[in-house]
Write a protein that binds this ligand. Structure first.
Ligand SMILES: [Zn+2]
Length: 97
């Protein structure tokens, strides 16, 4: 068993997993640590300011199929139209799929 010290590899790994939306329990299971250890490490790193604040949700840049302008989509497989176009499409009945 390892102690409470974290190797840089583990920290990077935990950070990556957290950034991809995993929670402390899932991260802990992957790197064989308790979720509490993961949580406190991540919190400590947060306080040190090494982690940038990020939204937990990934966004993808896409080009709107409608107006051809780039926009950020939370789900590139389903959201292919920007918010502006989407709302007008819904009302136009074209976005029925
Ligand atoms: Zn658009």
């Amino acid at each position: 068993m390892k102690g409470t010290s974290w190797t840089q590899e583990e920290i990077d790994l935990a950070k990556k997993m957290r950034d991809s939306g995993m929670n402390s329990v899932q991260i802990g299971a992957k790197i064989n640590r308790s979720f509490r250890a993961v949580k406190s490490m991540l919190r400590r790193k947060n306080e040190e300011g090494k982690f940038k604040k990020q939204t937990s949700q990934k966004v993808f840049e896409r080009t709107c199929l409608c107006c051809s302008k780039p926009f950020l989509s939370l789900d590139p497989k389903r959201i292919r139209i920007c918010v502006n176009c989407k709302s007008s499409e819904i009302f136009g009945g074209i976005y029925a799929k």
